[in-house]
Design a protein around this ligand. Sequence first.
Ligand code: DGJ
Length: 626
Amino acid sequence: KDYTIKENYIPEIEGMPSLFIGNKSAQTLEITLEDKISGVEVVLSYSVFDDYDVILRNTRIHNISDSTIEIDSAYSANLDIAKGNYDLIYFSGGWGREREFCRSEIQQGAKIDISNARGGSGHTLNPFIMVSEHNADEDKGNVYGFSLIYSGNHSSMIECDQYGNIRVQQGINPFMFKWTLEKGESFVTPQCVMCYSENGIGGLSRELNDVYRTNLCRSKWADKDRPILINNWEATYFDFDEDKLLSIAKRAKEAGVELFVLDDGWFGTRNDDFSGLGDWTVNYDKLPSGIDGLAKKINDIGLKFGLWFEPEMVNPDSDLYRAHPDWAISVPNRISSLSRNQLILDLSRDDVCDYIITAVSDVLKSANIEYVKWDMNRQLTTMGSCGLPADRQGELYHRYVLGVYKMQERLLQDFPELLLENCSGGGARFDAGMLYYSPQIWCSDDTDAVERLAIQEGTAMVYPVSTIGAHVSVCPNHTVGRITPFETRGNVALLGTFGYELDITKLSAEEKELVKKQTADYHKYNELIREGDYYRLASIAENGRYDSWMIVEKTKKKALVFYVQGMAAANGKSRFVKLKGLKAQSRYRIDGKEYSGSVLMQAGLKVAQEFGDFKSRIFLVEENVD
Ligand code: DGJ
């Protein structure tokens, strides 16, 4: 019907996260289509930035008829790619093994749906896919990426027709979705970020990492060193009292930690995971000075104080549920399935959202709380809302996500200095939608350094390293029982926001000294790690022997190379690890020796095998300007 081009403009999407223009220049093309017969108008929006190889897509559907219309499916983007040999890359997983890299050839006639219908973006399939030329690799070849800025049910459809042409569509999963539009109303879809690189998978990752770090993460913490935190979860689980927490905090302060985070178990009758969710009042039996008293004592030690919440959930054994059973998502006459002994609050209802966010805000106002970990520990099932009429139950999944966004928006408006970390049973909500609200997301409950290599590598394929929640924990590791060197646990956690998840009072004297070194290293290297370009050099998941990655400063004057060996082998050879992203003509110093950039990239850096499994090294690479 019509089109317009808007200069220096990208659309904001009401109630949902989206990229912002910041100090970049961008323009938007809006194409309006009209179907006179059904009375539907659709506005297709395409935005481009001068500085990035991305196209932002979303769709607005207007009911311009005189009657009600129902939307059964509303994807955000469609892209047709001319025929060729392509692979599909996607990120699968489960609890404790999020975002595993999967790659397979797209066969003629294939129709593949990379989707999730668990209510959140989920552990199992991330709302990010790539379509790459079959021969594209880490460094070369055409690669197309599709990332949905959304934290609910998602779908990425990939089809290959009889001629080999590829069609990709991405958006809200149509599963159990039905949205009613009254006359004059409109529905807007989430934003899809389509990205392209001719420099392989690595090129695409670096592009998206930059876009998201710079034009999605709004937090004022996004481009700052985050305080090094210690979280008491793996140290105590539910079994803590004030003395125990303060002794951890004191030791942590001595070792260079800056923020103490009190995790699950501080409220209601929450002494295990059977009760208490929803009752956001302190448990004075455990914490006689209350949250305000504890926060003050932690501040007096010289640490900031942070607190865990799971605002979206309720245990049937809670005062909140006893008072408002209708606030939980459920279907009349059907048994609601419990997961981790909890039910889901109905965030499609304004009264429920208002109550919960007020309860959380009251706690935050009562004490000096500078960090919040917002957790969410189950999938959405038995979907039914007392707040919606029978013919609008198909709106519940999406309205739930809008409720989450509304609550986080309000929290940040009321507490603009707050450092918010999202979390969901580990990394089930590592998605672009959440990054709009929180500059960091807990990446996985699996804190084993070796397992984390693949989890963090998959995560960094799309999301910036600066957003990856990564902590050092004890050995044997609580998830897999593996023993790894303390240094390696620190080196792996440096690829992220960095912190500790252990009882520091139980560490050996030698380990405590290592914590001091690691906290100092974090501050020494964080700016480079946070803002540099991330290159994957070798993946233990592929070669079975070693893992290596590097971060290169944008100026290419400085870089850090990380190397982790797998199982040690007798008479093991040294390895040459080919570096990337340096200036071929420049000379670089590493450990007092000088090399040309081209030697480091063509022949590689020699790394000797060390005695012991899972040993690791970090090499600082600095341009020699003498
Ligand atoms: C799941 C999170 O991923 C953990 O870090 C921890 O906060 C627990 N929930 C607490 O219940």
